[in-house]
Design a protein around this ligand. Structure first.
Ligand SMILES: Cc1cc2nc3c(=O)[nH]c(=O)nc-3n(C[C@H](O)[C@H](O)[C@H](O)COP(=O)(O)OP(=O)(O)OC[C@H]3O[C@@H](n4cnc5c(N)ncnc54)[C@H](O)[C@@H]3O)c2cc1C
Length: 384
């Protein structure tokens, strides 16, 4: 057996994703970074390739394939070298659409999931607010039921895809509990502004205000009051995805550094001959391999249907923290060129910084791991 996780089909799929991204997508990265926007055609193309519905039902255009296809896709996506694009695609498919796929009604799946999978509609996930990021329970955006619609008031911030999204899967307060609502981006009363970021430039990140926004009652995802539990549950997938993206991005950076080490000559020899750099790369590759196998193991637990909260937290914590070190040390290999914008390692370095913040900070992940390992706290899935 070559690998306990991958069949020949997964490897063939890996090669086809890699080729596609290299030929059709990556040549546009510089332009998207400059324009701070991913064009609609790219979403549609990703949809046509079937990449936006890998884990979703066939009935709505997905392929319902085992999670290792998603893992391969995400690793390759991140390896292709644009953190903003990786963020946009993964938030759309594995975060915003995922709630509709898991708890949504047949009508919501027809109206939002199917066009999302096709790349015709872009989705965002709106949880964080100006005064509530780590503390999800502290959100204030309210939704009051008035007849056949909810009236939504409040603000969200740091929302990936939030500026161009056709709809937002938003966490709102409904009475004493929290609920998930699908809010269309062009509904009167929705005001959005783009935030300026230090990296992930291709992806749009928005602050969104809701001023007496009328949302049809049928846009409630699942049951009222269950939103907090749906979000907490999906954090496991979100954190596993974050870890996979970090591993793929690290592979990309190491690949760039190794190539440059062969090309660059200093004191009459390629820098690949200098032991200081060789050993640095050997250490990094060893650490990335360890991170990769924790990630693969947790993906396997996920495929077995385990609710692996501790491991998913460890995956994101380890991989995203390691990614900062890998980015820093790979950039160093490039000397002065590493600091120049035209070298992709400079973008990779900037893009890396979001990893330990978005989708649960390292501090929060350590808290979860400590609570589970030291205080014997247990978490249950929202789905029985
Ligand atoms: C590029 C980017 C994209 C994002 N995309 C999205 C998105 O699509 N949707 C969305 O909803 N959100 C998104 N976020 C928001 C992200 O999830 C939050 O920024 C994150 O959860 C942290 O919340 P905060 O920024 O309010 O920090 P805070 O919660 O204010 O934390 C500030 C600091 O205090 C630490 N801290 C907080 N609580 C504790 C504690 N109990 N113990 C120890 N330390 C603690 C934190 O780790 C952090 O270092 C994005 C953020 C970024 C940067």
């Amino acid at each position: 057996m070559k690998s306990p996780y991958f069949q020949t089909e997964h490897e063939l799929f890996r090669q086809s994703v890699r080729d596609f991204l290299q030929k059709e997508i990556a040549p546009h990265y510089n332009e998207w970074e400059a324009n701070e926007q991913i064009p609609r055609w790219a979403w549609q193309k990703m949809g046509e390739m079937g990449y936006l519905g890998l884990c979703h039902e066939e009935k709505y255009g997905g392929s319902d394939s085992d999670f290792f296809y998603s893992l391969v896709f995400l690793e390759e996506l991140a390896r292709s070298g644009n953190g903003g694009f990786s963020c946009a695609i993964s938030v759309h498919e594995y975060m915003a659409l995922n709630h509709i796929a898991r708890a949504g009604s047949a009508l919501q799946k027809e109206k939002y999931l199917a066009p999302g999978i096709a790349g015709e509609k872009i989705a965002a996930l709106g949880v964080s607010e100006p005064d509530a990021g780590s503390n999800v329970q502290g959100i204030r955006t309210s939704a009051v039921l008035e007849g056949d619609h909810y009236l939504v008031n409040g603000s969200k911030t740091f929302i990936s895809n939030g500026f161009y999204a056709d709809f937002i899967t938003a966490l709102v307060k409904t009475g004493d509990g929290l609920s998930l609502l699908i809010i269309e981006g062009d509904t009167p009363g929705v005001k959005r502004s783009k935030l300026k970021k230090m990296g992930w430039h291709s992806s749009d990140t928005a602050e969104i205000h809701f001023d007496n926004v009328k949302v049809p009652k049928e846009n409630l995802i699942g049951s009222e009051g269950m939103g907090f539990y749906y979000i907490m549950d999906s954090f496991q997938l979100e954190r596993l995805v974050g870890g996979v993206l970090a591993v793929g991005a690290m592979d990309g950076m190491i690949g760039m550094a190794l190539k440059y080490m062969q090309e660059r000559e200093v004191f009459g020899r390629p820098i690949a001959k200098y032991q200081a750099l060789r050993h640095r790369m050997a250490d990094l590759m060893t650490e990335v391999e360890a991170s990769r196998h924790l990630t693969y193991h947790t993906a396997w637990q996920f495929v077995q249907g385990e609710f692996a909260v501790k491991e998913a937290s460890m995956v994101k914590l380890h991989a995203s923290e390691l990614q900062k070190k890998v980015a820093d040390e790979c950039l160093q290999v490039f000397g002065g060129y590493g600091y120049m914008e035209e070298y992709p390692i400079a973008r990779a370095y900037r893009d890396t910084r979001a990893g330990t913040i978005a989708g649960g900070t390292s501090e929060i992940l350590r808290e979860i791991i400590a609570k589970m390992a030291i205080d014997d706290v247990k978490y249950a899935t929202a789905y029985k």
